[in-house]
Write a protein that binds this ligand. Sequence first.
Ligand code: G1P
Length: 287
Amino acid sequence: MKKLRKIIFPVAGLGSRFLPATKATPKEMLPIVDKPLIQYAVEEAIEAGFKDLIFITGKSKRAITDHFDSTLERFSNVDDKKAKLMDEMNQIVPEDVSCIYIRQGEPLGLGHAILQAKPVVGDEPFAVSLADDLIDGQPGVLAQLVEQYNEQQKSVIAVQNVDKSESKKYGMIDSNNFDSDLVKLSNIIEKPDPEFAPSNLGVVGRYVFSNTLMSFLEKTSFGAGNEIQLTDGIKLMLKQEEVYAYTFKGKRYDCGSKLGYLMANIDYGIKNSEFGKDLKEYIKDIK
Ligand code: G1P
């Protein structure tokens, strides 16, 4: 059995829901308090033991590449506090972890983005993380998925209960048995109308796949939005091998939406040791 070492971060999306903020800044660089979304996703991956971080980037995404470089200069006249901060900035990615950047030349969908990593993934299993789903979990949701993958030796995708009226925002799954937090998929549909949603379980942006997903994505034709959809690749995979869905423990914020993004900033702000109490007081008094 090959160990899980590789994780793909598809970060080429245009971020049009956040214009004008994302006109020249990648949406993954938007901060929650003081840390960009992509850094939360990277830290979660490192915590889960991933060693090769594969970013699928595109136009106007250079800031992401720059962010994980350790190029911050140390000035001789900075005070201790600032020097400590600078050192921390240089250690976001530990030495035994590599960042690999691949361009997605055309915006042809999430499935297409993942396929761009095929030459680097080789014959290994791999994970996928969508940074605009920020998940506050202890341990992180990727560590939870890795544990399930190691036990099952099958692909596992993260799901959560969603209101059926929201089904058009998610890949929605079906199973023959919803008895536990780990269920075997019988079907998956990308963003169905509520009346066609097979259950209340919606996919959130964390996945661990056996290597065969790549070959199924290669066979996936253009689907919704004239894009190669990851969900359609998973659907093909289901015909040949088992895929599991895991209801993770933790709170997910949809930071692809403005409301979810603001909620995350409020919750993470309130938890901040420096000013959390003051923020809470301030919010309490809002009329
Ligand atoms: C993507 C996937 C969808 C999944 C969602 C989770 O959609 O296509 O299946 O439920 O991420 O955030 P997107 O939000 O990129 O449109």
